[in-house]
Design a protein around this ligand. Structure first.
Ligand code: SF4
Length: 464
């Protein structure tokens, strides 16, 4: 489907999607609230997290060089990619040099952003997604719909049917545990037989050259340690100065993402296997990817580079909870996706996303690194207007509104007539259909206007 409106329409017409999204986002919201309430001073911790990221983004070049030097000293090989294509080429080349036929991949949104699954398929390299939700997505041949729960759009009943159709020895009992066991049976031997393990990075630690991954299933460790080669693809903004800073960010990430105090498996990888180590890869490659991040920093989107991909903004977004993640069309959905997608894919193709926001500010309220998402979204709207990307009908409508709004007497008459007309159209306090506002009333009724306008009430109060 080509437009955001088409995709959103399809999502709104899907009752199962609403159930699936509500189950996960609702639980995440409640768990996060409990975790934050139990945290001694979450606001101070948020401020510190934002300051750490701001400092790193302001000195990005120096920290990246420090990271590279320490990663190389630990035995890793560091590659630099300025575009998504270049990053994919580097990864595919390493796989080919290693003679890899099968790779085990641990969940990485950057991998999705650069189109790595597609590049591996084109190179004839078999990909095994080892994260349970990514495994579901791979079986269903779909794209992730959430950055933490990629299969959020699927109900457990749908997943059960999928496993029964695709697993060699599927579950019989209709329980989550039995379904997870079915996936484990399916994946375990495949993972252990992979030639290369590919992961993303939650953090890159400058003073040790270590790469940090967090998972709740332990699939990263199981898919990255046994193969001969470990490849990391990471956005350059993932850097933190030291382990102490990484630990602080981990505390923020886990609570904001799942409401847990700490993610089940948190691992720091510093270089490949050393002499005397019992296991580990023989080679470790780290691909540092820019893909528009430097440009974002230069073009007033530096705040967005603070993002630690926790997903809290989408779990709390009223729009996301209605339409799910696929309707956004890009790699990243929800509020953070509505800021990132225009930067990554171009504003012309994605200008609907910033416009789909209600600007209620909930995303900013819950963001652990205090990203001013509504302000950034407003910035994209302004830019879209300045660049003439809004349709002629919108420009004409707003022009007419501005002309009327600049003439207070005319404005009062016009709004008075409109209010009266709306009252006439209402039944039982609600308006089911409104001329020129069909997009609004197609999915919900509009309340009948109050008998007196705010300004009329205000004047009355003041007189009183
Ligand atoms: S924008 Fe904030 S809340 Fe949203 S994913 Fe990024 S860090 Fe989390």
């Amino acid at each position: 489907m080509s437009t955001f409106t088409d995709r959103a329409d399809a999502a709104l017409a899907d009752p199962l999607l609403k159930i699936a999204v509500e189950r996960t986002a609702g639980t995440a919201e409640a768990k996060r609230a409990a975790a934050i309430a139990a945290f001694p001073d979450f606001e101070a911790a948020r401020a510190r997290a934002a300051a750490i990221k701001d400092h790193v983004i302001a000195h990005l070049g120096a920290y990246l060089e420090e990271f590279e030097a320490n990663a190389v000293a630990a035995g890793a090989c560091v590659h630099w990619a300025s575009t998504a294509d270049e990053a994919c080429r580097i990864v595919v080349e390493i796989c080919k040099t290693a003679g890899a036929r099968t790779v085990a991949r641990s969940k990485s949104m950057l991998g999705e952003e650069i189109g790595l699954p597609h590049a591996l398929a084109e190179a004839g390299i078999r990909r095994i997604e080892t994260d349970l939700a990514e495994h579901i997505i791979q079986l269903a041949d779909e794209r992730p719909s959430h950055i933490i729960w990629p299969a959020m759009h699927k109900t457990r009943e749908e997943v059960s049917a999928l496993f029964k159709a695709r697993h060699r020895s599927p579950h019989e009992e209709e329980t989550i545990a039995a379904m997870a066991e079915s996936a484990r049976r399916e994946l375990r031997m495949q993972m252990l037989g992979a030639d290369v393990g590919i992961s993303g990075a939650n953090f890159l630690v400058a003073d040790t050259g270590a790469v940090c991954t967090v998972t709740n299933e332990g699939n990263a460790e199981l898919s990255l340690v046994p193969p001969r080669v470990h490849i990391v693809t990471a956005g350059i903004e993932k850097i933190v100065p030291s382990m102490e800073h990484a630990v602080h960010m981990l505390r923020m990430l886990a609570r904001s993402a799942t409401g847990a105090a700490l993610t089940q498996y948190t691992t720091f990888y510093a270089g490949p296997k050393r002499p005397g180590d019992r296991d580990g890869p023989e080679e470790m490659h780290i691909v540092l990817v820019d893909n528009g991040r430097t440009k974002m920093r230069e073009e007033g989107l530096a705040d967005m580079l603070r993002c630690i991909r926790c997903g809290a903004c989408m779990n709390h977004c009223v729009v996301f909870r209605q339409i799910g993640g696929h309707a956004y069309g890009g790699t990243y959905p929800g509020p953070m996706g509505s800021v990132l997608t225009p930067a990554l894919d171009g504003l012309k193709q994605s200008r609907d996303l910033p416009n789909a926001c209600t600007l209620n500010g909930k995303c900013q309220e819950v963001c652990p690194v205090r990203i001013p998402l509504p302000t950034l979204l407003r910035g994209w709207r302004e830019r879209s207007w300045r660049e003439g990307l809004e349709p002629a009908s919108t420009r004409a409508g707003l022009g007419l509104w501005a002309w009327v709004a600049c003439r207070p007497a005319l404005y009062r008459v016009a709004t008075g007539v409109a209010m009266r007309a709306m009252r006439l159209l209402s039944r039982g306090g609600w308006i089911a259909r409104l001329p020129l506002a069909g997009g609004w009333t197609r999915y919900r009724d509009m309340p009948k206007p109050a008998p007196r306008s705010f300004m009329a009430q205000y004047r009355k109060e003041r007189r009183g």
